[in-house]
Write a protein that binds this ligand. Structure first.
Ligand code: MSP
Length: 510
């Protein structure tokens, strides 16, 4: 069965910013990890193209919504390739296939008697594409996320009978596995306990959307349309474009990775819609924190985004990946700070891992004929226990989506290996011939430990991993069983080692 993992389908009001890069990198590392563990993965990403926000953006840019969406969608797709994102499906919500699935879904929900016409009055945030509470009922009240004025709306819309699913949702969120981390789950439990209200799923006076079949002047509310992208993206494998075909492809999704801003849609509205249509809710919603800059959410509307293109050019894709994955715990907000970024990359990747590899392969080449050392004694040493412990921890953390802790575990191990090397001082021992067997063991152990580090780091930094392993004379890495390669002792003795080259350059402060 497929392991289905998704990013949010990003709005195309602008090109990707570091926030969308962050979520996508998280998904990518999980998708890579699952593949390495032998699962068949369907990694879905894509774009959310309809709605008022996009229609207005296109208008302000003087182009048609379609032209605008074509341009930005292509930028998103190309961007993910530049970031080495291993997605399997890229869904555009303007595709005719998606529209077909939305229509089919609507008919099912209607057949469950969950759609009715009602009056929608309220304050709307175009940035969120969501009705909001306005505690003062004042036109100058601003959306706490987008810091923009809300707009008053009063129209007759179709409603979805969310209230009918109060009990079903309460049961669903009882399961501690369904929403993670804990803080997010508590937020939702609290919200649901106040009683769920029906919400409108169509709009009048908005052309840029999928038409509602029975009501000529209504288009679907952008969220009712976009969430279905997760389903329509996998319904196309046999050109059927149907809900049944999505189920055959493995629906329900194993995990939706999202930011905390869109938690309610995913943890409440979406499961209720699915249950209404006779489908299973997703298995897990993982809501990560916000990336902040100077303490404020980084966002297109706030104008404080870090341009990921610049970071990519300046630091390279994998440095950014390491910083975001290792330094930010999945549930918490993380402030992006340039100085911290440079320190972490230099310390973790260049010094702790890069130098360790470089100096040990150099010693091995110098003392053992450009090869890994031959061993003449039984090898029983403290690094074996440490390697097994770190590997076990790494897998457990990753299985529980604690990517920061998994990354840190690699670093803990690498630090221990550095300590071992410095304590053993093979450079002093080698001066006396009688120590040669001991030196062979020490160098072998450190090289073997770096092989395990290079293997462990693969789902997080795929290129860096290959560079490490290449320096140890490993080829054909793609075709080897990853888990098998985490076992101690697989580095061949007397294997030729290539000329050492630095696997990462140190970064400078600007
Ligand atoms: N189109 C909807 C999602 C529909 S899913 C069926 C949407 N799009 S969005 O472009 O606004 O993307 C929101 C998501 O982008 C967040 O949930 C998060 O995953 C990511 N991020 C956007 N800004 C972010 C930060 N500042 N920090 C971290 N993630 C951020 O909502």
């Amino acid at each position: 069965m497929n392991f289905i993992i998704t990013t949010p389908l990003y709005y195309v009001n602008d090109k990707p910013h570091l926030g969308s890069v962050y979520t996508t990198i998280i998904c990518d590392s999980i998708a890579r990890y699952k593949r390495l563990r032998g699962e068949k993965v369907l990694f879905i990403t894509g774009v959310d193209e309809h709605g008022l926000k996009i229609q207005r953006t296109a208008f302000n840019n003087g182009v048609s919504p379609k032209e605008h969406c074509d341009e930005i969608s292509e930028i998103f797709k190309k961007n993910w390739l530049k970031w080495n994102i291993s997605f399997n499906k890229f869904i555009r919500t303007t595709s005719p296939e998606h529209e077909k699935v939305v229509h089919e879904f609507y008919e099912k929900v209607k057949a469950s008697n969950d759609i009715y016409m009602g009056e929608q009055k309220g304050w709307y945030c175009v940035g969120c594409e969501e009705f909001k509470d306005n505690p003062d009922n004042s036109p100058s009240y601003k959306c706490p996320i987008h810091k923009k004025n809300l707009e008053w709306k009063n129209e007759n819309n179709l409603f979805f009978r969310l209230s009918k699913y109060q009990k079903a949702i309460e049961e669903l969120i009882q399961d501690p596995e369904f929403i993670e981390p804990k803080e997010r789950r508590n937020e939702i439990i609290n919200f649901v306990s106040k009683g769920l209200k029906d919400f409108s799923i169509s709009r009048t006076n908005l052309d840029w959307g999928i038409r509602v079949p029975d009501y000529i002047n209504h288009t679907f509310y952008v969220w009712f349309d976009a969430l279905l992208g997760y389903v329509s993206s996998i319904s196309s494998d046999d050109n059927k474009y149907s809900l049944d075909s999505s189920i055959e492809s493995g629906w329900p999704a194993n995990v939706h990775i999202i930011g905390k801003d869109i938690l309610r849609f995913h943890a409440i509205y979406w499961p209720a819609m699915l249950i209404s249509a006779g489908m299973k809710p997703p298995k897990k919603i993982l809501g990560h924190g916000f990336l902040t800059r100077e303490g404020q959410k980084m966002g297109k509307s706030l104008g404080n985004v870090l341009d990921p293109e610049n970071l990519l050019k300046k630091y390279g894709e994998e440095s950014v990946r390491w910083y975001l994955l290792k330094d930010i715990s999945l549930g918490s907000d993380g402030d992006f700070q340039d100085r911290r970024f440079v320190d972490i990359i230099n310390n973790d990747l260049a010094n702790t891992i890069g130098n360790l590899l470089n100096r040990t392969t150099s010693m091995s080449r110098k003392w053992f004929n450009n090869q890994t050392p031959p061993l003449s004694e039984k090898n029983n040493n403290e690094l074996i226990t440490l390697a097994n412990k770190s590997t076990k921890n790494f897998l457990t953390y990753f299985d529980n989506f604690k990517i920061d802790k998994a990354s840190n575990e690699i670093l803990v191990f690498a630090t221990n290996v550095n300590l071992y090397l410095n304590k053993k001082e093979p450079w002093s021992l080698i001066k006396d011939d009688k120590n040669i067997n001991e030196v062979k063991l020490i160098i072998y152990n450190v090289l073997e430990a770096t092989r395990i580090i290079g293997t462990l780091i693969r789902p997080i930094l795929p290129e860096f991993s290959i560079k490490i392993l290449y320096q140890l004379g490993e080829n054909n890495i793609e075709n080897k069983d990853w888990e098998e390669n985490l076992k101690w002792g697989l580095l061949p003795e007397s294997r030729s080692l290539p000329k050492p080259i630095p696997i990462i350059n140190k970064l400078d402060y600007e």
